[in-house]
Design a protein around this ligand. Structure first.
Ligand code: PGA
Ligand code: ZN
Length: 425
């Protein structure tokens, strides 16, 4: 039982220099927790509502003073002085106070700030690391393994200049047994990729929102092939030491029923074939949003086609939403969940999404957003909830490194190995 005595919030800036919410929750014991919430750019239509002020004279309308006002105003008035039995008790109260299906009244960036800062305050009160508290708060044991990182190497789509249709090609350090080995492997591959990019494109390539290299590849296949070359260039065996993951983010090039992946536009069947060809021609073992978020009719075909070869991962498609996940399980649409807490708005609903996915035998990739902060709670959450993978971005931006470094810290503290790559179903 914990009693909230104060809730504060302020507007801070994220890794893109855009405003986001920071909130501090103080408990009667004097313990307090401060968190910063992230923000997406390649967002799913079914995500909980992130409120922006819309005042064009300030941050181009992207200010979050209204969301901050919800924390410091209505939420503080309703919650300060109240006691809660558990995280779920607080989150259910937040959901009831908001009263909408998608957090559109008190808004996801305010509600999540409260849900998370309460968790951090409770961890401080209990004197335990956040990863221990986040497991205990939901009646779970920490599974004593660390999520395997999948690290952004090349970026396209909405996170870069739109030069390639697909959003990310990620490095999967498959043979690494520890976080330390995974980071050293990734560094070598990233350096090889940076050198090859410089040689090929004749310039020092700039990096995209999540720190991935963003040269002007002329097709998704060229981007994936460059990933394979970087693995080889670093002296590793593709598919054995290091594999690749792809975030297709295909909702963003799905226009009026047609996919535009580069080259001739294709229908859903054509898109499934294109994606399947990547899985056979390259060491690609995870494919995210291979089809558009509302193309429910064709996701079962995608899963069937990739069966046993890659994870069929839903991000914009599932939006960490228990309802959508239930339907996707029923209709055999996917076999892996990309979990982003701010897509749904409270820890409790995100935990439910995680539990549903696990019970269906799916893998879970815990993910950051493209607009991130120096906060590292995501690393603790991924460890606490037994994420098979974690997707944070590249190793060249400090808002990403905050989480990688936190995982290294947890590794040093616990000695836990990396989770094995899940058996593909
Ligand atoms: P977002 O994208 O954070 O910009 O929504 C990340 C992703 O698609 O995985
Ligand atoms: Zn995605």
């Amino acid at each position: 039982m914990a009693t909230i005595t104060a809730l504060r919030a302020m507007e801070i800036l994220d890794s893109r220099g855009r405003p986001t919410v920071q909130s501090t929750c103080t408990l009667a014991s004097g313990a307090s927790g401060t968190v910063q919430v992230p923000s997406g750019a390649s967002t799913g239509a079914a995500e909980a509502l992130e409120l922006r002020d819309g005042d064009p004279r300030r941050y181009g309308g992207l200010g979050v003073r209204k969301a901050v006002g919800h924390v410091a105003g209505e939420l503080r008035f309703a919650l300060a002085g109240q006691s809660f039995n558990s995280q779920e008790d607080l989150d259910r109260r937040l959901i009831a106070l908001d009263g909408t299906a998608n957090k559109s009244r008190l808004v996801a960036n305010a509600v999540l700030a409260v849900s998370l800062s309460y968790a951090r305050a409770c961890a401080a009160e209990a004197g335990v690391p956040l990863y221990r508290h986040l497991a205990a708060a939901f009646g779970m044991e920490v599974p004593q393994r660390l999520p395997r990182p999948t690290i952004n190497l090349f970026s396209g789509g909405k996170h870069a200049g739109g030069q390639v249709s697909i959003q990310d090609v990620l490095v999967v350090p498959l043979a690494a047994r520890t976080m330390d080995e995974a980071m050293a492997t990734t560094y070598a591959v990233f350096q090889a990729a940076a050198k090859q990019t410089k040689d090929r494109f004749g310039m020092r390539t700039l990096v995209a929102d999540e720190g991935g290299l963003a040269p002007d590849f002329d097709s998704p296949e060229a981007m994936i092939a460059a990933g394979v070359e970087a693995i080889t260039g670093a002296g590793f065996t593709p598919g054995v030491d290091v594999a690749l993951a792809v975030d297709v983010a295909s909702s963003h090039f799905f226009i009026e029923g047609t996919y535009h992946p580069g080259g001739a536009p294709v229908d859903a069947e054509g898109m499934v074939e294109r994606v399947a060809s990547w899985a056979s021609a390259y060491p690609v073992i995870s494919i995210e949003d291979g089809l558009a978020e509302d193309d429910w009719a064709h996701w079962p075909m995608l899963r069937e086609r990739l069966q046993g070869k890659t994870l069929v991962l839903g991000d914009d498609f599932l939006t960490t939403n228990p309802e959508r996940i239930r339907r996707a399980i029923r209709e055999r649409c996917a076999n892996a969940l990309l979990l982003k807490v701010n897509q749904i708005g409270t820890l409790t609903e995100a935990a439910e999404a995680n539990t549903l996915a696990r019970a269906a035998g799916w893998a879970v990739t815990v993910s950051a957003r493209s607009g991130e902060t120096e906060d590292d709670w995501l690393a603790d959450l991924a460890v606490a909830w037994g994420g098979d993978q974690i997707k944070i971005g590249s190793i060249t931006r400090s808002e990403r490194l905050a989480k990688y470094n936190r995982l290294l810290e947890i590794e040093a503290e616990t000695g836990w190995p990396l989770a094995p790559w899940p058996t593909l179903t």
